[in-house]
Write a protein that binds this ligand. Structure first.
Ligand code: PLP
Length: 394
């Protein structure tokens, strides 16, 4: 049976495995910067053309990192992948490697703040024209994508408001003019990611999120066709020092063993919480792509089998009510990451999105009453009881 015909869970455990001469069961951690050559001739040869199992320097590649890259490519459905030190190194690498002065990039407006910085403050500085659109509006994409558009960038599910983009539509319109589509797929999770299936050319993932999923590691990966990944993407990333370190790659590999189990348990619990909160009298609105009341529910369910692990809602009474709610929670911890095994609560308007100008907060729907929950691996009954008692305190 080839790797291609295997299921995702088998691939998560075995994909890309390379064994040393010792035949170790668990993936080996090659904590080495460099590699030695038997002869001067062998060194010369490797610098001319390194074979698939030959390495030169860990900034270019390392056996443990390569295992992680091959496994990520296999589970996301892409030919190849390059692993990076963080999700932002992956986003920056993909955008910088694939654009040049005079290019036109269209992106959805509801982006992670650092992604917006790379587009508006870095790429724009080098003469790349950026057009931002309301990602949920197919007509807005149609109007913004031009004959000279070269790249399209979007988050399939936005953070923190959980807007869902009709990826198949955006890919179709982009490919008509020859533009490449880059999807930032942190929120969708590698288990439910539909980027490859919908035809996205490149998928970037912050593996800090669900892949590590236990609050320890920063990491990222750029996935795509082999020509692009081992061409412009690798060239840019290896020369600019974005490589993932072997220790982080090893922790990530061990995390992939349980990724499917963790994400399914977290997403199942998130749905349960969203359903229970939907009718709560103290909440103005509950947003979860898995709820029939979500504005893009049908699109979301046609692209993934789950609404994911994050739930957002609005509490009547603004900041004061939210803070009372956050401070009353006993199991949910107040933090700003998501996709952790520990459940997390975030007040985006005063933390992760504090610096956004008010006008932009208004456009994106980041109000003072908005709360984001990242659902972890605790007992669903305990999490529900915690949320209900904290809402009583509001
Ligand atoms: C977290 C996140 C990133 C950045 O990832 P880091 O690993 O923190 O650098 C980029 N995009 C999205 C959508 C994210 O959620």
């Amino acid at each position: 049976m080839t790797e291609k015909t295997r299921g995702k869970r088998t691939t998560l455990v075995h994909g890309g495995t390379r064994r040393s001469q010792y035949g170790e069961v668990s993936e080996a951690m090659f904590l080495t910067q460099g590699f030695v050559y038997d002869t001067a001739e062998a060194a010369e040869e490797r610098f001319v053309q390194a074979g698939p199992d030959e390495f030169i320097y860990a900034r270019y590649g390392n056996p443990t990192v390569r295992m992680f890259e091959d496994r990520m490519a296999a589970i996301t459905g892409y030919e190849d992948a390059f692993a990076t030190a963080s999700g932002m190194a992956a986003v920056n690498g993909a955008l910088m490697a694939l654009s040049k002065t005079g290019d036109h990039v269209v992106a959805s407006r509801a982006l992670f703040g650092s992604c917006l910085y790379v587009l508006e403050s870095v790429l724009a500085r080098f003469g790349v024209e950026i057009t931002l659109v309301d990602g949920t509006d197919n007509a807005a994409w149609d109007a913004a994508i031009r004959d000279d558009t070269t790249l399209v960038f979007l988050e399939a599910i936005s953070n923190p408001t959980l807007e869902v983009i009709d990826l198949r539509h955006v890919v179709e319109v982009s490919h008509k003019v020859g533009a490449k589509v880059i999807v930032d797929d942190a929120m969708a999770t590698p288990i439910y990611s539909y980027a490859a299936e919908c035809g996205a050319d490149i998928c970037v993932i912050s593996t800090t999120k669900h892949v590590d999923g236990q609050g320890r590691m920063l990491g990222g990966v750029v996935c795509g066709d082999r020509e692009t990944i081992r061409g412009p993407i690798e060239t840019y990333l290896k020369h600019t020092g974005a490589a993932l370190n072997p220790f982080s790659a090893w922790v990530h590999l061990k995390s992939l063993d349980t990724l499917d189990l963790r994400v399914r348990a977290q997403a199942g619990c998130a749905l349960q919480i969203a359903q229970a909160l939907e009718t709560h009298s103290k909440l103005a609105r509950v947003s979860y792509p898995g709820l029939a009341s979500h504005p893009q529910h049908e699109v979301a369910m046609s692209q993934a089998e789950s609404g994911g692990t994050v739930v957002a809602f609005e509490i009547d009474g603004g900041k004061e009510a939210c803070f009372r709610f956050l401070n009353a929670l006993e199991i949910f911890t107040i933090s700003n990451n998501f996709a952790d095994s520990k459940s997390i609560v975030t007040h985006p308007a005063t933390t992760t999105h504090q610096r956004l100008p008010q006008a932009q907060k208004d456009i994106l729907g980041i109000s003072m009453g908005l709360v984001r929950l990242s659902v972890g691996l605790e007992d669903p009954d305990d999490l529900l009881a915690d949320l209900m008692q904290a809402l009583e305190a509001v």
